[in-house]
Structure formats: structure tokens, C-alpha cells
Write a protein that binds this ligand. Structure first.
Ligand SMILES: [Zn+2]
Length: 173
């Protein structure tokens, strides 16, 4: 591949090693023209299988577009969306799959979106999961409240740990 510094059309691989537990190969390259070094990472292409049987490369941009609408008027900015799209891609790659059905991507979006913004999550889930009634919303909101209560309980435990961790020395005075 060409050198990103001087655009020389060739480069030499000087080192090559596995990364991400074998999911990627990292190559250190050197440019014979300007002598500068750069790194390339090679990963398997993540492919999306559409309902009509056509495949296309996974696109973080498309994930962001899909979620952006649900985030309208919410305190969510572009970098939040970019981070969410990255989490979605990493989540799919972590399963070891090289291909994912397009209608499963929505499911991969739900969890990170829930931690990002609960209202945006409800909007997105209502479309993706085809909510049909108030009962569907109620069930989802109950789930959100339960998750939040569980998170608060975790925090309480951490705070208790901090309180009891105190400095070493005689205790129970
Ligand atoms: Zn160069």
C-alpha cells in the first residue's frame, strides 16, 4: 500500500503481529522513499446481510443515522452517536460473527442506547420492537426502572465498601 506521508506507491512490512486475540493483524510498515514508518491493521470485513439477500459492508454511519432520529431534542451529540456506533460494531465483532442480518443490528443498538439516553431508547425500541400499545411502553419502562434501581443498589454497596474500608488500625471503638 502507498505511504500516507509522501504517497510513494509502495511500502515494506517490517513487523507483523496478531492483535485483539487474533481478530486482527497489525503490520508495521516502512516507506522506502521517505523512510517514515506507519501501522496498518487488517480485520475481517463485517458484512450485513439485508432482507433481500444482498450483502453490504457494515457501516457505523448507518447505525448513527438510524439512532439520530430517536435522539432528536435529547442531550445526545454526534460524538455520543459515534461512540454508540463503535460499541455496536465491537459488540457484533465480539460474537465472532463475520456477517450479521440487518434486522439484528437494531437489537445490538438497544443496550448501548439504553445507557446513553432512556427517552431515545424508548423511542427507538417502540419502532424497532413494534410497540402496539401503552402496555408495551409500560413493560419497557418497568424494565428501565428495575435496571436503574439495580444500578443504584450497586452504587450503595460501593459507597458502603468505601465507608468501611477506612484506614488500617484498631476498629470498633
Ligand atoms: Zn513515504
Amino acid at each position: 500500500m502507498h505511504c500516507p506521508f509522501c504517497r510513494h506507491p509502495d511500502s515494506r512490512v517490517v513487523d507483523s503481529r496478531e492483535a485483539d486475540e487474533g481478530a486482527a493483524i497489525r503490520r508495521r510498515r516502512s516507506c522506502p522513499e521517505c523512510g517514515r514508518r506507519f501501522t496498518t491493521v487488517e480485520t475481517a470485513m463485517l458484512v450485513v446481510l439485508k432482507r433481500n439477500g444482498v450483502t453490504e459492508p457494515f457501516s457505523r454511519e448507518k447505525v448513527m443515522t438510524g439512532v439520530r432520529k430517536a435522539c432528536q431534542g435529547r442531550p445526545v451529540d454526534e460524538s455520543d452517536l459515534a461512540q454508540l456506533a463503535q460499541q455496536v460494531e465491537e459488540g457484533i465483532r465480539a460474537t465472532g460473527a463475520a456477517e450479521i442480518a440487518s434486522d439484528r443490528i437494531g437489537r445490538e443498538i438497544l443496550t448501548p442506547l439504553r445507557s446513553l439516553d432512556e427517552v431515545a431508547y424508548l423511542r427507538f425500541a417502540s419502532v424497532y420492537c413494534a410497540f402496539e400499545s401503552l402496555a408495551d411502553f409500560e413493560r419497557e419502562i418497568t424494565g428501565l426502572r428495575a435496571a436503574r434501581a439495580a444500578a443504584d443498589a450497586d452504587l450503595d454497596i460501593e459507597l458502603t465498601d468505601l465507608a468501611t474500608a477506612g484506614p488500617p488500625g484498631p476498629r470498633g471503638i
